[in-house]
Design a protein around this ligand. Structure first.
Ligand code: ADP
Ligand code: MG
Length: 331
C-alpha cells in the first residue's frame, strides 16, 4: 500500500498506535498540542535537527529502519552533549505520496526502538506530503538540573581534551558506501550511530566536563566551536587519536592521508569534552568497565586555534576543517 491510499490521518493513527504513553505525558498524540508535566527543579533542554533526502541521507545506502534509528540518534546526541536525559519527542515528516506504508512502518520501528532504549516517548509531530523527497525533522526534549548542564564555553587552559569511542569511522563508512560497499564496521558506524546519552549524563552529573559537545562535523571543526566559545586554543596529539582498527585499515585502502578521517570526518556522534587535569583519573574511573572508552587526545592552551602534533613530534599541517553545508565543495 502507498501512503496516498492510507491518507494523512490514517498514517497518524498508525504512528499513534505504536506509541506508548511515556512518563510525564498528560496528553500525547491526537489533540492540537501535547500536554507534558514540567519536571520539578530541572532545566528543560530542547533541540531539533532536520534530515533531507539527498543532503543528509541516501536511500540507496540505508534502509528505513536504520534511517529511523539515525534520525533520532542525532537528536539524542545533542541532548547527550549537554548532559541531558531524553524525555519527549516530536516527529515531523514530509513524505512523497508514492512511499510504501511499509517504509514508514520500518522507519517508526527503528525510531521508536531507539526512543525506548533511551527512555524517550513520542508525543506529537506533523505530517504532510512532499513532491519528491523525504524530509524528517525531530525535536527532542530532555532535562537536567541547570547547574549540571555542560556548555561549549567552559574550557580553560590546562584542561585535558577527551573524546569517547573512536573517530573517523563514519567518514570512512560514507566513502565506502560511495564506492559501492554496503556493510562492515565503518558503514554501520555511518548508518547507525550510537548517541552517547548515558556517558553525557554521567559526565554532567559528576561535574567532570568543563565543556562538551558531540562530534557531528569532525574533530577539528567541533573542537573549534569549543575553543571559540571558551576563548582558548588547543594542542592535539595525532598519535593519541582513538581509531578503530577496521576503519583505519579501510582508510588505508581508500588512499590519501588517512588522518583526514579522524581529524575532519563528520558524523561519529562521539562526545568531545574537556576536564580539569586533576580530575582526569575520575574520567578514567567513570569509563572503566563500561563498553564505551574515553581517550585523552590533547590539551587546552592559551591563545586560539588548534595545533596538531604529528607522531614524530613535528607539526602536522591542518587543512580540512570539517563539514560546512554551504561550502562550495561540500557534497
Ligand atoms: P493540526 O492540524 O492541529 O496541526 P495534525 O492533524 O497535524 O493537527 O495532528 C494531529 C495529531 O497528530 C497531533 O497531536 C500531532 O501532534 C500528531 N501528529 C501528526 N503527525 C505526527 C507524526 N508524524 N508523528 C507523531 N505525531 C504526529
Ligand atoms: Mg499539523
Amino acid at each position: 500500500m502507498k501512503l496516498a491510499a492510507l491518507g494523512e490521518f490514517g498514517l497518524i493513527d498508525r504512528i499513534a498506535a505504536r506509541t506508548g504513553r511515556g512518563s510525564g505525558v498528560r496528553l500525547g498524540i491526537g489533540d492540537d498540542c501535547a500536554v507534558l508535566d514540567p519536571g520539578v527543579g530541572v532545566g528543560f533542554l530542547v533541540t531539533t535537527d532536520m534530515l533531507v533526502e539527498g543532503v543528509h541521507f541516501d536511500l540507496s545506502f540505508t534502509d528505513p529502519n536504520r534511517l529511523g534509528r539515525k534520525a533520532l540518534a542525532v537528536n539524542l546526541s545533542d541532548l547527550a552533549a549537554m548532559g541531558g536525559k531524553p524525555r519527549h519527542l516530536l516527529l515531523s515528516l514530509a513524505m512523497p505520496r508514492e512511499l510504501p506504508v511499509e517504509f514508514v512502518d520500518a522507519f517508526c520501528d527503528g525510531l521508536l526502538g531507539v526512543a525506548n532504549e533511551f527512555g524517550a516517548s513520542l508525543v506529537g509531530g506533523d505530517t504532510c506530503a512532499s513532491l519528491e523527497r523525504l524530509v524528517i525533522s525531530i525535536t527532542a526534549m530532555g532535562e537536567q538540573r541547570p547547574e549540571l548542564v555542560v556548555r561549549r564555553s567552559g574550557a580553560c587552559p590546562g584542561d585535558l581534551v577527551f573524546v569517547t569511542g573512536t573517530l573517523g569511522d563514519a567518514a570512512v563508512g560514507l566513502a565506502l558506501l560511495r564506492a559501492g560497499e554496503r556493510e562492515g564496521w565503518s558503514v554501520t558506524r555511518h548508518l547507525d550511530p550510537t548517541p552517547r546519552v548515558r556517558e553525557g549524563m554521567r559526565l554532567a552529573e559528576a561535574g567532570l566536563a568543563t565543556a562538551m559537545l558531540d562530534v557531528s562535523d569532525g574533530l577539528l571543526a567541533d573542537l573549534g566551536h569549543i575553543l571559540r566559545q571558551s576563548r582558548c586554543g588547543a594542542r592535539i596529539d595525532l598519535a593519541r587519536l582513538p581509531v578503530a582498527p577496521p576503519s583505519w585499515q579501510e582508510a588505508g585502502r581508500l588512499g590519501g592521508d588517512p588522518w583526514r578521517f579522524p581529524l575532519a570526518g563528520g558524523e561519529d556522534y562521539e562526545l568531545l569534552f574537556t576536564v580539569s587535569p586533576h580530575r582526569a583519573g575520575e574520567v578514567m574511573r567513570l569509563f572503566s568497565g563500561g563498553e564505551t572508552t574515553a581517550t585523552m587526545i590533547g590539551e587546552i592552551v592559551e591563545g586560539s586555534g588548534i595545533s596538531v602534533i604529528a607522531p614524530d613530534g613535528g607539526a602536522y599541517p591542518v587543512a580540512e576543517a570539517g563539514y560546512n553545508h554551504f561550502a562550495p565543495t561540500s557534497s
